[in-house]
Design a binder for this molecule. Structure first.
Ligand SMILES: CC(C)(COP(=O)(O)OP(=O)(O)OC[C@H]1O[C@@H](n2cnc3c(N)ncnc32)[C@H](O)[C@@H]1OP(=O)(O)O)[C@@H](O)C(=O)NCCC(=O)NCCS
Length: 224
């Protein structure tokens, strides 16, 4: 699995050695409930969860680089609701001891860079319950936009049913945010390629399109 670094964090695959750190934060009543899962009551419960994280190659442990401690997790999964687009959704959780320090914003920004610049996905979505204002703020800080509220979207472990609020960010909006210049060039390239196709250019002609310009624009100009 791809290791991702930020100034203060390392995002890496989970290890059995992470059990104590996972159990430490997963016991907290305020943490898992916001994602719909029951706070862990024993290390055995954490071990079962840890096993599922280890075998999932889209589930990263968030490690604080200064002391090598696991302080949370972030995971991407296929978003099946997006027709032909290559879309994923992201979910995340942070140990309550580390809230209010910008760690999740830092981790999520790194995931955005990875999924849009390396995996070339079209859209990343995220969901939170209406009362989860902390998560809403993380998403807004990272450039996500409110999309819709799904009524009675999820029943959580104790039987309560909550609406789920959906946020998302499109690739084009991500690139506009991180590099307005690249986004402009990509728009221009798309327009030129479209004109060439309309003029009857064959595949070979399109492939001879200036490679240097294409590599400068880091998203695909041939979506889908
Ligand atoms: C959602 C959750 C990760 C948000 O944690 P958080 O600490 O509020 O988010 P961040 O790590 O991005 O920190 C942002 C806060 O740190 C502050 N901060 C301090 N230093 C900062 C920095 N260098 N950069 C950015 N923000 C910083 C910000 O002002 C912000 O506080 P504010 O929202 O009160 O203004 C956390 O509440 C959580 O794990 N909740 C339980 C699980 C959950 O809800 N998951 C989401 C559902 S999928």
């Amino acid at each position: 699995m791809r290791r991702l670094e930020t100034e203060r964090l390392l995002l890496r695959g989970w290890l059995l050695d992470d059990l104590d750190d996972l159990f430490e934060y997963a016991q907290n009543m305020d943490v898992g409930v916001m994602q719909g899962w029951k706070p862990h009551e024993s290390k055995e419960e954490s071990l079962i969860a840890l096993n599922s994280f280890i075998v999932n190659d889209e589930s990263w442990a968030i490690v604080l680089r200064e002391n090598n401690k696991v302080i949370g997790s972030i995971k991407t999964s296929p978003d099946e609701n997006r027709g032909r687009y290559y879309a994923k959704y992201v979910s995340y959780v942070l140990s309550a001891d580390y809230w209010g320090k910008g760690y999740m914003t830092e981790a999520l920004n790194r995931i955005l860079k990875y999924v849009f610049e390396e995996l070339n996905i079209d859209l990343l979505s995220a969901f939170h319950y209406p009362h989860n204002t902390r998560s809403k703020r993380v998403l807004e800080r990272c450039g996500f936009q409110y999309e819709t509220t799904i009524k009675q979207g999820q029943k959580i472990y104790d039987g309560q049913v909550f609406d789920t609020v959906c946020y998302s960010i499109l690739a084009e909006d991500y690139f506009k945010r991180v590099s307005p210049q690249t986004a402009r060039i990509t728009d221009i390239l798309k327009k030129i390629v479209k004109e060439r196709i309309e003029d009857g250019a064959n595949e070979k002609a399109i492939l001879t399109f200036p490679a240097t310009a294409l590599s400068f624009a880091s998203i695909s100009i041939f979506p889908g």
